[in-house]
Design a binder for this molecule. Structure first.
Ligand SMILES: [Zn+2]
Length: 225
């Protein structure tokens, strides 16, 4: 049986997050919300994070400003601040594994995701890096994304789907997609499979470095590509 892990990035959003939570509650599905720290200055958005947590969803860290992939930044202190400032804001609600999802810049996975400073910070703070395996592009195609999401999920045994609880209307189709997946025999799991977790509680897997930009820029094999 195909198991799908659902994740919602870049929120909370005062209009969209409640709709997403309503859909998940009605269907009895638990997911993870990777929140952006600077969105939590608004008490209404903080309340939505609290509601998600109270309803059994996991809360993870998706940077403080969401300015771009951390691997692209070499200024000292940037990565540590992006991670730590949000970590402090979500602490009462955060999953004990201290989930962190890097900003992908369009959903790509690679060395741009983390800087060496980010990697060290995550390791020292015993954090868990939760990546993904399906990115249907809901933020750029509010109508077409469910078809892409369905195909991506059906093509994998254990998809981890990235969606966004942001303005734009895409999540109006969430319930229909979940229904279609369920009709196709899919079930929903909250856990992150090892394949998308290159670091768990500060312990890096052998493949972890493939997500870290070395100091001094991309290695030769990347520059050639
Ligand atoms: Zn994001």
């Amino acid at each position: 049986m195909r198991e799908v892990t659902l994740t919602f990035d870049n929120g909370p959003d005062e209009a969209t997050t409640p709709r997403v939570l309503d859909v998940l509650r009605r269907r009895g599905i638990r997911a993870t919300f990777f929140v952006v720290g600077n969105r939590l200055a608004d008490p209404a958005r903080r309340a939505l994070m609290a509601r998600a947590h109270a309803e059994g969803h996991w809360i993870g860290n998706h940077s403080f400003t969401h300015q771009g992939p951390l691997g692209a930044r070499t200024d000292r202190g940037h990565a540590g601040a992006e991670i730590a400032m949000t970590e402090a804001l979500i602490r009462p609600f955060a999953h004990p594994d201290r989930l962190f999802r890097p900003v992908g810049g369009g959903g790509r996975i690679g060395r741009h995701l983390l800087s060496a400073e980010a990697a060290l910070h995550l390791q020292e703070n015993r954090q868990t890096v939760a990546l993904w395996s399906a990115v249907p592009g809901d933020w750029k195609d509010a109508e077409g994304w469910p078809e892409v999401a369905f195909a991506q999920c059906m093509a994998q045994a254990r998809p981890v789907l990235v969606l966004h609880d942001i303005a734009g209307g895409a999540m109006a189709h969430l319930d229909a997609l979940l229904g279609r997946l369920a009709d196709a025999g899919a079930t929903f799991a909250q856990e992150f499979p090892d394949a998308v977790v290159p670091m768990r509680r500060g312990v890096a897997t052998p493949g972890f470095d493939a997500h870290v930009m070395p100091e001094g820029g991309p290695p030769a094999e990347c520059r050639a590509a």
